[in-house]
Each structure stands twice: as C-alpha cells, then as structure tokens.
Design a protein around this ligand. Structure first.
Ligand SMILES: Nc1ncnc2c1ncn2[C@@H]1O[C@H](COP(=O)(O)OP(=O)(O)OP(=O)(O)O)[C@@H](O)[C@H]1O
Ligand SMILES: [Mg+2]
Length: 174
C-alpha cells in the first residue's frame, strides 16, 4: 500500500549521465503519486548559454542552480516529490540537504560498460567515452552518514523503479 502523500519523503535520484535518472525518477514519481522534476530545468539562462557554447560549468555557476533545486525541494517538503539530479559530489548533496535534513538520495549505480551501452542507444551514435569516464571520476558515492540507498540499474526500468520503491525509508509492504 502506498502511504499518504504527506508522509512521503522528497527524493533525489542521483547518478552519472545515462544511469537512468529521468527514466526511473519519472516512474517512481508516478508510483508514489508525487510531482517529478528534472534538475536540468533549474539552470539559469547564463548556465544554459555557457553549456550551449560547449563550456563546462564550475561550482560558481552551479550555486544558483543548486539553490533553485533546493527551493523546489523545500516546497515539496512534507508533500513528497522526486527530482533527478546527478548530485555526483558530496558538496552538492550537502547543499540540497542544508534546509531539508530528511532528503533521501537514491543512487542509480551500474557499470561503466552497461551505462555506456544505454547512452549509445539513446544518442544513436558513438558517445565520447571521455564524457562518461569524467562522470565516474567525479562521482563521490553516498557516505554512511547520508540518508539514501544504492539501487543497481541492471534489468528493466520498471524493475529498477520497484527496487527503488523498496529501498525507500519505511518501504515495508509498499
Ligand atoms: N533499465 C533500463 N533498461 C534499458 N534502457 C534504459 C533503462 N533505463 C534507462 N534506459 C535508457 O537509457 C538511456 C539513459 O537513461 P536516462 O535518460 O533516464 O538517464 P539519465 O540518468 O537521466 O541521463 P542524463 O544524466 O544524461 O539526463 C535512455 O535512452 C533510457 O531510455
Ligand atoms: Mg536525465
């Protein structure tokens, strides 16, 4: 049984590009009956312009973006919500958690080979391997003091969404 929405946590679905955050995050939000958001939609125009010009963002650029995501998380506090955000670094997660201590992170975890194959299928052309490698290099896994769970991404999307549901706090019998 799905608990009443007001008891639901706010969840960040995290992981490297291609790990399935949008796919699984959307399914999870649907299953929980809560709103879903994409972190990419929170970039200010200046960041979009920079990325469009092919320049990587630095942490100064990321600050207003993380603030905006944190704002959404705060709005959803007590009502539940799912946002997909790579959140590769601990300091980004710390920012998102700052005013939302109960924030729960689901880390979609898979081998570079599996994720590369999914990215290749999505892009329908060869993915520059350096991009994915740099994501794995940047990834700082959840630490023991962080509320969250690791969800393996082998198998189908619905199966992964079920796994994610089962990993949520208080998931017994859901
Ligand atoms: N379990 C799965 N089995 C097969 N294909 C999958 C699975 N999950 C996701 N995909 C496919 O893999 C690709 C990457 O998934 P998705 O776009 O959800 O990843 P993402 O983490 O949101 O990536 P990004 O960080 O680039 O937004 C998509 O084409 C998606 O349809
Ligand atoms: Mg995505």
């Amino acid at each position: 049984m799905t608990p009443a929405p007001q008891l639901l946590p706010v969840i960040v679905v995290m992981g490297v590009s291609g790990s399935g955050k949008s796919t699984v995050g959307g399914l999870l939000a649907e299953r929980l009956g809560v709103p879903y958001a994409e972190a990419d939609d929170f970039h200010p125009p200046a960041n979009i312009a920079k990325m469009s010009a092919g320049h990587p963002l630095d942490d100064t650029d990321r600050a207003p973006w993380l603030d905006a995501i944190a704002g959404w998380i705060e709005e959803r506090a007590g009502h539940g919500g799912v946002v997909s955000c790579s959140a590769l670094r601990r300091r980004y997660r710390d920012r998102l958690r700052r005013d939302a201590p109960d924030l729960f992170f689901l880390h979609l975890d898979g081998s570079p080979e599996l994720i590369a194959s999914r990215l290749a299928a999505r892009m329908q052309h060869f993915m520059p391997s350096g991009l994915l490698a740099s994501q794995f290099e940047a990834l700082e896994p959840l630490e023991p003091d962080e509320a969250g769970a690791v969800v393996p991404v082998d198998g189908g999307a619905r199966q992964i969404a079920e796994r994610a549901l089962a990993a949520l706090p208080g998931a017994t019998g859901r």
